[in-house]
Ligand binder design. Structure first.
Ligand SMILES: Cc1cc2nc3c(=O)[nH]c(=O)nc-3n(C[C@H](O)[C@H](O)[C@H](O)COP(=O)(O)OP(=O)(O)OC[C@H]3O[C@@H](n4cnc5c(N)ncnc54)[C@H](O)[C@@H]3O)c2cc1C
Ligand SMILES: NC(=O)c1ccc[n+]([C@@H]2O[C@H](COP(=O)([O-])OP(=O)(O)OC[C@H]3O[C@@H](n4cnc5c(N)ncnc54)[C@H](OP(=O)(O)O)[C@@H]3O)[C@@H](O)[C@H]2O)c1
Length: 461
């Protein structure tokens, strides 16, 4: 009886991982030759696209443009977007198990990884994720951001650190042509930062930057990148890393080129220092406010790792941004590995105490941790969907009592819960573009949740 209707799949989280999972399901030869598929994509935000909308920096329009490619997936009739619905609050595991043959969790990551050094709780010690959410106009985060400090530190040498440092070092007017909302423009325009100091605890060959993003720093006429020549050090582990990874080698070369540049960059009003072999050990405070950052000089140990030298430096920065990685949230009623910050899984099948949880799957950053580019979530999704389809063939999915497509809509309506749809996204998209057009910009982002909901409704624009 069950296989005469399309397979019903719920995907929780409409970031790239969830959308690629929907795509992989719709492209499954087994499903296309058989019962077909009907997918509901649940998203806690009124708009889809996850960190592409709320993580990717506003001055990266090319990456934001991936949204256009993802449109092709969401335009398909087999998939419905059900936005503004939070798994765990607005729908429960029981609600989903009663309605779907399979459930995929692709809830990504929104918080900062915890960094355990003294001074973390001081005023003006910030997690990068909070700042990113502010400048990307996330409705659930602060609307204002104090940018009063002339010297600021960024901890970490990954791409998030680069985003944060670049946004702090550019001028508000440089960022105005992007989609940033008015409150963010006003905040950045008032930014007093003249020096941004980025700290890596290891060396240039261990930096997690990507070459394009590292080179891009130099494209701003307002930013002079400074690297001290004594920070260019390699050991055998570094040499191996450079030989085996083109990206590592390119990154190290770009850093070397920054280090050997002799003349100051004419007209650049902001200095962006990339420091290596400086491991932050304490955020220094007075009257509960940041007044400095203490680092310990490190040296390579031969393997590409470092050890402390016992030499400490106090940097007179008065704000510290920690860009040491993101962290996924655990989800109600779903197993979670607190140590790794992922849902325990084997190739995407959710496991608890060594046993596959029937019908439950995961993909994206919540499956394998908060590292990797948007494109990497595609491979993740393919692996997860292969498992799901294999389990369907083996009759090992759920057996929902209410698989009809209306059932979840009836449930949400009975709770009086406003939800957004894919058509609603087109309306919000159009609305944001029209706000932008009025100022000669491509788009201006709507921030407030109620404004996003209103713009998504057919009769309220
Ligand atoms: C600051 C930053 C900038 C980045 N810039 C780039 C870049 O320029 N280029 C690049 O290739 N990669 C970039 N990345 C990496 C890229 O964003 C990730 O690889 C990708 O977004 C991971 O996809 P995901 O779908 O697993 O997670 P996410 O993108 O986080 O999507 C998860 C979705 O699940 C939703 N969700 C969470 N909990 C719930 C719940 N309980 N109920 C319903 N929905 C829920 C979230 O709202 C979100 O929409 C960046 C990452 C960060 C942090
Ligand atoms: N434009 C883009 O393409 C773009 C933009 C943003 C993000 N992303 C991607 O998103 C993913 C996440 O990026 P991310 O920057 O959050 O993570 P990341 O690439 O893992 O970088 C984290 C950085 O924090 C450092 N770090 C961690 N703990 C530390 C500590 N206790 N003290 C000092 N330094 C510490 C790490 O150093 P160690 O190596 O020494 O641990 C590393 O330099 C990455 O894959 C990234 O490429 C891409």
């Amino acid at each position: 009886m069950t296989d005469t209707r399309p397979l019903r799949v719920a995907i929780v989280g409409a970031g790239p991982a969830g959308i690629y999972a929907a795509d992989a399901l719709m492209k499954s030869d087994t499903l296309n030759a058989g019962r077909g598929v009907s997918i509901d994509l649940f998203e806690r935000m009124p708009a889809p696209f996850g960190l592409i909308r709320y993580g990717v920096a506003p001055d990266h329009p090319r990456i934001k443009g991936i949204i256009t490619a993802l449109h092709k997936v969401l335009d398909k009739s087999q998939v419905r977007l059900i936005g503004n619905v939070d798994y765990g609050t607005d729908v429960t595991l029981e609600d989903l198990k009663a309605r779907y043959d399979g459930i995929i969790f692709s809830t990504g990551a929104t918080d900062d990884r915890v960094m355990e050094i003294p001074g973390i709780d001081l005023k003006r010690s910030y997690g990068a994720a909070q700042f990113v959410a502010w400048y990307d106009g996330h409705p659930d985060f602060s609307r204002t951001w104090p940018l009063e400090e002339e010297k600021v530190a960024v901890i970490g040498v990954g791409n998030v650190a680069l985003d944060v440092a670049r946004v702090l070092a550019k001028t508000g007017d440089e960022l105005l042509p992007t989609e940033i909302p008015a409150n963010v423009y006003e905040g950045l325009k008032a930014n007093k930062a003249l020096e941004v100091h980025v700290f890596g605890r290891r060396g240039p060959a261990q930096a997690k930057f990507t070459p394009l993003e590292l080179k891009e720093l130099d494209h701003s006429p307002n930013i002079e990148v400074v690297v001290a020549p004594e920070d260019i050090e390699y050991d055998e582990g570094s040499a191996v890393a450079r030989r085996t990874s083109k990206i590592t080698d390119q990154v190290a070369t770009i850093i070397e080129n920054y280090a050997i540049r002799e003349d100051p960059k004419a007209g650049a009003i902001h200095k962006l220092f990339l420091h290596f072999f400086e491991s932050p050990v304490e955020i220094l405070g007075e009257n509960s406010e940041v007044v400095g950052l203490r680092t310990e000089r490190t040296e390579l140990d031969g393997t590409g790792n470092v050890k402390g030298t016992g030499k400490f430096t106090d940097w007179d920065v008065t704000a510290v941004y920690r860009a040491v990685g993101y962290l996924s949230d655990n989800l109600p009623e779903i197993p979670f590995d607190d140590q790794a910050g992922v849902i325990p899984n084997e190739a995407g099948r959710v496991f608890d105490n060594g046993e596959h949880q029937r019908g439950l799957y995961t993909t994206g950053w919540i499956k394998r941790g908060p590292v990797g580019l948007i494109g990497h979530t595609k491979g993740d999704a393919n692996e997860t969907i292969e498992c799901l389809v294999e389990d369907m063939v083996n009759g090992a999915l759920l057996d929902p009592a209410e698989p009809h497509e209306d059932s979840i809509i009836t449930l949400l309506e009975s709770k009086n819960h406003p939800f957004t749809t894919w058509d609603g996204w087109y309306r919000l998209d159009e609305h944001e573009r029209s706000l932008g057009a009025a100022e000669g910009r491509e788009r201006i982002k709507v921030v407030e949740r109620h404004d996003m909901l209103a713009a998504s409704e057919p009769d309220k624009i």
